[in-house]
Design a binder for this molecule. Sequence first.
Ligand SMILES: CSC[C@@H](O)[C@@H](O)C(=O)COP(=O)(O)O
Length: 381
Amino acid sequence: MADQYAESHEDGGRIRTPSIRWDETSEGPVLLLLDQTRLPAEEVELACKDVSTLVQAIRSLAVRGAPLLGIAGAYGLALAAVRGHDVDEAAEAIATARPTAVNLGRGVRRAHEAYRAAVAGGAGWAEAAAVALAEAKALHAEDAEASRRMAEHGLALLDELLPGGGHRLLTHCNTGALVSGGEGTALAVALAAHRAGRLRRLWVDETRPLLQGARLTAYEAARHGMAYTLLTDNAAGSLFAAGEVDAVVIGADRIAADGSVANKVGSYPLAVLARYHHVPFIVVAPVTTVDADTPDGASIEVEQRAGREVTEFMAPQVPGAGGVPGSRSVAPLGTQAYNPAFDVTPAELVTAIVTEYGAVSPVTTDGLVELCARSRQVTIS
Ligand SMILES: CSC[C@@H](O)[C@@H](O)C(=O)COP(=O)(O)O
């Protein structure tokens, strides 16, 4: 597909604005987030000078996606510490802003523990705050490295499963540079295939109701000049039936100890379709997304969002489409909507989970033991 973004950019298609960054301004430290609610119309940063702005940004999905939520959580804790706010209160508020992605609470905890350890070691608050910030920066850098390694392992797995090359991959939601310190998870694998000349097509689910696929994944794919096609979520079945999908690659928000995978709602139906059509279903996630303390899929708390996101159509914010952010109702007044943000795919439908350490099968005891052990190894620096 012709790409007006990648062709006109000399930056290799990378998004110009980092998804998250820390800045020291004359008015003090600030956490800058690329506001994902404004994409693809414009790249605008949202400045968080306090925890409540960050919490609102998390709830509204201005900042989103499991790895990035972890990084934002750690920086948020550091922000509270550096600004001399109540750090314990901040930790609670940020960690509970959304319930499903395990990375969020984990990122907060990591910076919080580093802060507390510094205080216990005799550091003053300013010094302890600097320690928390360093921890957030370390997590940010580690996520970039994990992303690079997941892309390598993911591509190797695809090449092994699909020896003919010319991969036609279906993805759901957004799992690219927008949600990571690096190039992301599942989308980073597709990008690696693209760079290796082995991506024939990236099928992009629009991802109702908030259109992370249409607004964000299509934006990233276009900038990279990938061959991509957007489809409505409910068109996926006919695509499988036509034999047009070689593998599904998705991310995860939380992987339970039994290998169940919580990811953006609509992932589970894709797994069922993939199994019926004998197509590999591959989950790509850093070990920070594995939650060894959640025993099974049924124990994962799935975020329920406002019905309004379903009953009101979100006006597309696409350049040239005349799209001013706004909404109009598509259902009779008073209609109730079921709007879970995520669903849970049982391990038996997952062909492989690719982490920065390689691919494992979540239906083998060895695979599960390795995932949980790796996840527990993640410690503060
Ligand atoms: C690498 S991101 C993995 C997941 O976080 C992603 O697939 C997803 O479901 C994000 O949901 P969102 O509600 O947009 O935060």
